[in-house]
Ligand binder design. Structure first.
Ligand SMILES: NC(=O)c1ccc[n+]([C@@H]2O[C@H](COP(=O)([O-])OP(=O)(O)OC[C@H]3O[C@@H](n4cnc5c(N)ncnc54)[C@H](OP(=O)(O)O)[C@@H]3O)[C@@H](O)[C@H]2O)c1
Length: 349
């Protein structure tokens, strides 16, 4: 396949509002040793795109400092972690057999090569991502999904949202027959949690709001509580026996007030803080009941392998809320920030 000399990409050169996203013409990236060049078929958006652009992650001891999730961002940066596309060129020592194959990209940069390695970087944050027509990726991060019945849009919905959800479920030890609570359930990660926990045979209680409640129920939740009306009381009413695992992307007051919902040995897995990062709770509720709080950042390689298997056999049907062209990246991020959608928002380069 002919690769052009220049490509269109959307990049940021400093932290700020959506107006910082600029459409530019840049030289096509050249795959380095062990890398491949992927023509982007679809790229999905994530909350991390907003926080990275804004610099909203803070730093230890300076919660309001402008920062990416791992520290300072090296500008200019092309955003976009969730990429599916075809390999169109390979670098030195990369496998030529990958040429022409449709690939799901694992966007994480891990701290070691082991199956349980920790993510310490991310495409679109610590290296350029898929808000572009082409992107380079290390060969070992691309996974062949050529035969998957899922569309490019559905596949692009998977890496961060479903990878994070699988990481939470695996780290929390979700078991068949257990009762789980999912917060932020209409969002990308939340809906993935609902679908995956249901697929594992858990009883799924979800938290959502307004008109999105019906969609969350359709995605597989056994019961949905409205976060506008006393979340903890509603959950206690439908699950008086207590909760095995809370899969939480909201934190804030919900974590502090909700901790006593856990039954003996229960786990609270937290992966997001849309409701606030400063959490107060009564520590006695933790140790007197052998409860655990587990922080969960994205996925380990072994979680991504599970995800690729699901993608290949369409074991999950990701929900795509809307698609936009790359030129409308700013509008697309604003759409994500409105949080009126259910599922994933995707762009086409
Ligand atoms: N740890 C990780 O590796 C990791 C990876 C991916 C994402 N995350 C984090 O997980 C969170 C969710 O990400 P996402 O991509 O799923 O976001 P999303 O698609 O925007 O969905 C978030 C959902 O949470 C609910 N919500 C929003 N603001 C809320 C608030 N103040 N209080 C309570 N509920 C609220 C809304 O659903 P309802 O209106 O239906 O309640 C919203 O649709 C973010 O904080 C993100 O940074 C973490």
């Amino acid at each position: 396949m002919e690769v052009p000399g220049t490509i269109r990409a959307v990049r940021i050169t400093e932290h700020g509002g959506p107006e910082r996203l600029e459409l530019v013409e840049v030289a096509v990236p050249v795959p380095r040793e062990g890398e491949v060049l992927v023509r982007v078929g679809a790229v999905a958006l994530n909350n991390t795109d907003l926080w990275t652009r804004e610099g909203s992650y803070g730093r230890p001891g300076a919660p309001d400092a402008l920062s990416g999730w791992r520290g300072p961002i090296d500008f200019p940066r092309i955003q976009g972690a969730d990429v599916v596309g075809r390999v169109v060129a390979v670098g030195v020592d990369a496998e030529e057999s990958l040429l022409g194959r449709r690939m799901l990209v694992d966007p994480a940069i891990h701290d070691s090569g082991g199956p349980g390695a920790n993510p310490v970087g991310l495409m679109g944050s610590e290296r350029d991502g898929g808000y572009a027509e082409y992107v380079t990726v290390p060969m070992e991060r691309v996974h062949d999904v050529t035969e998957s019945p899922l569309t490019d849009e559905q596949l692009a919905a998977l890496p961060i949202a479903y990878g994070t959800a699988l990481g939470m479920i695996e780290r929390g030890g979700a078991e068949e027959g257990g009762t789980v609570v999912v917060s932020g359930a209409s969002g990308g990660v939340g809906l993935a949690l609902v679908q995956l926990a249901r697929e594992r045979g858990a009883r799924v209680l979800a938290i959502s709001s307004g008109s999105k409640i019906d969609s969350v129920r359709e995605a597989g939740a056994h019961h949905v509580v409205d976060r506008a009306q006393g979340i903890v009381e509603q959950i206690r009413t439908v699950a008086p026996e207590g909760i095995d695992i809370v899969l939480d992307v909201i934190a804030g007051d919900f974590s502090g007030e909700g901790l006593p919902l856990l039954r003996e040995g229960g786990r609270w897995v937290v992966a997001g803080a849309l409701g606030g990062y400063d959490v107060n709770f009564d520590v006695r509720r933790l140790y007197l009941h052998n409860n655990r709080i587990i922080g969960s950042a994205m996925h380990a390689p072994r979680h991504f392998d599970l995800l690729v298997d699901l993608a290949r056999r369409a074991g999950i049907q990701p929900v795509v809320a809307a698609t936009f062209p790359l030129e409308q990246a700013a509008r697309t991020q604003e759409e994500l920030a409105r949080r009126e959608h259910v599922g994933k928002i995707v762009m086409h380069p």
